[in-house]
Structure formats: structure tokens, C-alpha cells
Design a protein around this ligand. Sequence first.
Ligand code: UT7
Length: 333
Amino acid sequence: MNRRLAAPVGITGTGECFPSRVVTNDDLSKIMETNDEWIRTRTGIRERRWAEPGTGASQLGAPALQMALDNRGIKASELDLIVVATVTPDTMFPATSCRIQDMVGATNAFGFDLNAACSGFLFALNAAAGMVAGGAINRAAVVGVDIMSTIINLEDRSTSVLFGDGAGAVIVERVEEGLGILDSELKVDGTGACFLHMPAGGSLKPASAETVAAREHYIHQSGSEVFKKAVREMADNSRLLMDRNGFTGDQLKLFVPHQANIRIMDAAAKRLELDPSRMMVNIDRYANTTAATIPTALHQAVQENRVEKGDLVALAAFGAGFTWGATLLRWAY
Ligand code: UT7
């Protein structure tokens, strides 16, 4: 998809929420055959947060949204829409967006969940922004949240060390002319579905004693296939978006890539000919939180004053599906 919005729409507030429990690489080495050196050098991860068992996505998503509302200085009742990007909803239904709507008291909002795995936040941001730009609604919230600790197989060291739990949220509304989302390029390629998926628990293979015994309710990933495709598509797509809009890497103030592997992120930054200091990195502390990586990294960049009104910002993602995309913005506040 190649799109420009019908009106200037941007992000006007950010928030985040992480569980308090820190799980270091050394902690993992006590429960599986791994070590800090392997995880750090192969992925860039030093530690991650894992929620206490029984924690639902809404319990991180609602506080993250409340923080975004507070930072924007508006009430939940002023939202028209809540889009929640997640692969770990509280339940298959009702949607987690309904629970978050209730928890924050967004009494005038409708909502829905969207599943595009690690690209979920970018897809949700663009869906919400399109509705605002088209005039259907005035103000939306986009929440990216995942409790990945509930779907990792601790018997599979090649995937279980990679993921963490977290939530990020943004407020999306009309902004000044020339600011907000400039352009996006979003893609899917379903031929990649078998390389990163949860085999059971959907209509194709409903949960049964057999699927549980076969550990099919966990993430299954062919790491090197995903790695190769992620490096190529995230880098090429980000570059395409920059070229299409006539921007060079030195004009980019901040690059916020999906945080799956520091080597994938570095490859994308290199393709953009970007000064490494302009790339937002928090994978070392939080690992891959799937739909939450981009909004939490963005929130932290705002907190650290790494972005100012008018700055050029690029967001880029790659995930299961395959799904991938990039969005270019001029920061709106
Ligand atoms: O967010 C969604 C998208 N996901 C991604 O972008 C993830 C993409 N994939 C990756 O990031 C990388 O492929 C991994 C980090 C998953 C793996 O890195 P790799 O450099 O591709 O390693 P590998 O799979 O080639 O494994 C190398 C070795 C293997 O041992 P042998 O067969 O060479 O003896 C693995 O068994 O490393 C071993 N290994 C481990 N060793 C210690 C795998 N996991 C671990 C571990 N600790 N946790």
C-alpha cells in the first residue's frame, strides 16, 4: 500500500507500561541451555520484562493509554476510537479494545483489535489516521500491547529468549498543515505465514488435549528465514519511502525501527545512511515486545527530548505474516 493522507493527522501524545519483573539473560541461563554472551551478540538483548501469570494485555494497555491521554492533556471521554494491535489479546473475544475502553472510561469511543504481529502498531496507526483524515472521527487512540511471555515455549531456547511484555499508546488527531504523517508504505506477503506463527488455537486447529501436548499454542519461528526477509524488507522499504519523498538519511532526526534484533535494525539504519545516534534502541532493556516495540521506543524518545516539533521521524516494522511497513512523519508537537 502506498498512501498519503487526505488531511494532516499526527501523533499528539504517547504513553507506555511495562511489568515490573525484570528477567535478565543470566536468569534465563538458569532455566535453559543459553548464556548472556550468545543472546547479547546475536540479538542485542540484555534483559526483558515478563508479567506475572494471569496478567492480560488490557492490564498493560489501559495504563499506557491513560499515560498518553494525560501527556496530551485530554480525558478518555474525548476519544472516538481505540485500536489495539496485539497477538496476545486478553481473550479470543471480546476484543481487548473493549476491555481497555471500559478500564479507561472512554465512554464515547468504539474500538477494535488488529493483528499484524510486529507490524501491528504501524498498521493500526495508519488505519486510525485514515479515519481521522477522512473526517469519520476526530480523535483516536492506538495501543500496541503484547504479553509475549504467555506464548513462548521455554523448551525452545531459539525463540523464548527473544521476547518480552509491554504496552505503548499514542493519541492520533488533526495537526497543523505540513506536520503529522507524510507517507506510508505497508505490505503483507502470506507466503511467509509458515515461518513465524502459532499453529493451534484458531479455527484451523482448535485447542485440544493433543495440541496442548504438542506445544502448538506457542510461537514457532524459523529464525534464519525470518531474519533474512526482515533485513531485506525493512531496509528496502524504509529506503523506498525516503527516496519517494526526496529525503536523505541526514535529514532524518529519529528512526524508530521494530526492535526484534539489533543486527536487523543496524542493517536498516545502514541502508538509510543514518548516523547510528539517530536510531532509537531499547531492545537491550525490553527485548521484542511485538506490537509494543515502536510505541514504547517512540514514547521514550519523546521523554528523552530526542524529537521536537517539525522533526522528520521514520517508523519501520517487520513481523509475522509476513507483514512489514514504514511511516514517515513530521513530529507534530
Ligand atoms: O519480530 C518478529 C520478527 N522476528 C525476527 O525478526 C527474528 C529474526 N531472527 C533472528 O533474530 C535470528 O535468526 C535469531 C536471533 C533467532 C537466531 O540467530 P542466528 O544467528 O540466526 O542463529 P542460528 O539460528 O543460526 O543458531 C546458531 C546456533 C545454533 O546452534 P548450532 O546448530 O549452530 O550448533 C542454535 O542451536 O545457536 C544456537 N542457539 C542458541 N545458543 C544459545 C539458538 N538459540 C540459542 C540460545 N542460546 N538461546
